[in-house]
Structures are given as C-alpha cells and as structure tokens.
Design a protein around this ligand. Structure first.
Ligand code: PBG
Length: 334
C-alpha cells in the first residue's frame, strides 16, 4: 500500500470519481470475467436423470446425457470449465468406484470430452462419495472409535486421479486433505506419462459447516464422526499457509482456498505470499444461503452473488468455483 502523499479535503474529494458510470468503470480496480468461472456438477448413473437437490436450488444430480446438456448450456454462455463430482451406485470400504475404469466420473468425463471437446474438465479427486462410511480415506476401527489412515489412502487417491486423467480429464483436483497426496498424485501421473495434467489442490480446506448442502448433493456425509482429523480447524490461518506451502512444494499447479466467503483473509494471504494461481471455492452453503434469502425476497440474489464473487477477486482469487457460474455468465453478458 502506498502511503501517500494524498491531497486532503476539499482538494481531494473521493466522490469526484464516482459521478458517472463511465468514470466508475475507468477506475474500477477489479472485474469479474466469465473466463474465471468453474461450474461444479454432480454425475450419477442412468439416462435422462435430473434429480433436484433439495438444499441446493437449481443444482441437480445428472446422468451423463443430462450433464452434457447442462454443461453445453453453460459452455455456450462462456463458462470455460466444469468440476465433476460422482455419485456411484454402490459404495464399499476401499472406494472401488472412485478408480473404476467405468466409474461414473470416468464415464462422464469421456462423454463430455467427446461431445464438448473445448470444455475444460476438472475432476474432484476424493474417496468420500465412494466409501461406505463416507470418509475421505481408509478407515481403521480402533478400540476408541476409528482412525482415518493417511498413508495407505495415498495410493487410492493417486489411482483415482490417474484414472480420471486417463479417461480424459484435463485437470485433477484432490479435495481429501490427506498429507502428501499432491506428491503421490504427481508421481503417479508422471509415471503414466501424464506430465501435462495439472493438479489444482484443495490446499487450505477447512472442516466447515458450509459443506452441509453438498453432502446431500454428493451423498457423502460421514456415517460416524466428522472430518476434523483431516480437514483444517477454522481457527487456524498460519497453519493454512503451511498447508499451501506444502502442496506447492509437492508440485501442485493451482492452490485453492475453501470455503471462500468466510475465508477471504486466507485468499488474500495466500495470493500475497505465494503469488500462485489461486482458486476460491464458493461452497454449497454460500450458494444455498443466497438462494434461500433471494427466494424470500430478502436480498437481491443476483447483486449479492456478483458482489460476493467480486470480493473473492479483490482478495486475490484468479479462479472462481461457483454453483452460480452459468447464471453469472448470463448476468455478465447483460
Ligand atoms: C469432498 C468434497 C466436499 C466438498 C468438495 N469436495 C465435501 C466435504 O469435504 O465434506 C464441498 C463442496 C461444497 O460444499 O460445495 N471431500
């Protein structure tokens, strides 16, 4: 921040530059652009399936054919990328569906890349949707409860990421929060010759109540306990910086802060400190809160959505992952 010299009132009147729309645009410091948007989508098996998600108005679980249809619509509005989640038909204790050659994400990726080759397809790499217990790693029962095992989980994550990339995913995005997963995934991708597949790491991902609606959408709520032994404590900012540093050292290409709106301080600090491409994930409850209040007529859904995303840009985010991506693309055109 430059510390002056500043003219003083009445020589300096900040309102002077706010007097016309043109002038306001000329001096505007940050902008939202459709180029920055990523639309998260949920794939499930079947044909012609569009299952509404009760807690996320306007968001659906979609069979691959319907997913292609919605992705095409968003893409035609200018949304460059989607982020895929999968809801498998069956779950087990080793998340087989996550890395199955014909798993739901793998199917959806293949179809998307066939039908919409220009659309950039990112896949969420995690195991919770595929595990019968709903945790993001392998669970070992202990006398006092259960432990989520870190190191044995890495192999499954690496396998999952590789199977997504082999199906045609343009980028993989690990969201599990196991230690060392970026290095494990990078090594596996490289071993397979997939050297140009970037990793967007959910680097600073917090154990957050803002994921509530998502767990209905992805049918991934943990059957026991919570995610606090692997996702971050909302109280910790310095630790988030260490998490991001670690993922960068392990070879990730893009770092993410998640959730976004309640963690703008970290978007700012991460961008300032690392100057890496930085993504903000405006998570399910951020979306649902705006939708709910908008539906009640208490807030202006469009204005609040755009202002929230602009705040993420101001904090330093390059990439905005938002369930409102298609709406935002439309609004930006108008
Ligand atoms: C999977 C995953 C979650 C989200 C993204 N990937 C849920 C969780 O960690 O429980 C949340 C996204 C959202 O709330 O929109 N681990």
């Amino acid at each position: 921040m430059s510390s002056g010299p500043f003219a003083q009132f009445p020589a300096y009147r900040p309102r002077r530059l706010r007097q016309s729309k043109v002038l306001r645009r000329l001096v505007s410091e940050h902008r939202l652009s459709v180029d920055q948007l990523v639309l998260p989508m949920f794939a499930r098996s079947g044909r012609r399936v569009r299952r509404p998600i009760n807690s996320m108005p306007g968001v659906f679980q979609l069979s691959p054919d319907e997913l292609v249809r919605d992705a095409a619509k968003a893409h035609s509005l200018g949304v460059p990328a989607v982020l895929l989640f999968g809801i498998p038909d069956t779950k087990d204790a080793k998340a087989s569906g996550a890395f199955a050659k014909n798993g739901i994400v793998q199917q959806a990726v293949r179809l998307l890349k066939m039908e919409l080759p220009e659309l950039y397809v990112i896949t969420d790499v995690c195991l919770c949707e595929y595990m019968e217990h709903g945790h993001c790693g392998i669970v070992q029962r202990t006398a006092s409860g259960a432990e989520i095992l870190n190191d044995p989980t890495l192999k499954l994550l690496a396998r999952t990421a590789a199977s997504h990339a082999e199906a045609g995913a343009d980028m993989v995005a690990p969201s599990d929060m196991m230690d060392g997963r970026v290095a494990a995934i990078r090594a596996e991708l490289d071993r397979l010759g997939l050297i140009n597949t970037p990793i967007m790491s959910y680097a600073a991902k917090f154990a957050s109540a803002f994921y509530g609606p998502f767990r209905e959408a992805a049918e991934s709520a943990p059957k026991f306990g919570d995610r606090r032994s692997y996702q971050m404590d909302a109280a910790n900012a310095n630790e988030a910086m260490r998490e991001v540093a670690l993922d960068i050292q392990e070879g990730c290409d893009i770092v993410m802060v998640k959730p976004a709106l309640a963690y703008l301080d970290l978007i700012y600090r991460v961008k300032q400190e690392f100057r890496y491409p930085t993504a903000a994930y405006s998570v399910s409850a951020e979306h649902s809160m705006i939708k709910a209040a908008g539906a009640k007529g208490w807030i202006d859904e469009r204005a609040v959505t755009l202002e929230s995303l602009l705040a993420m840009r101001r904090a330093g985010a390059d990439i905005l992952i938002t369930y409102a991506a298609a709406d935002v693309a439309k609004w930006l055109k108008e």
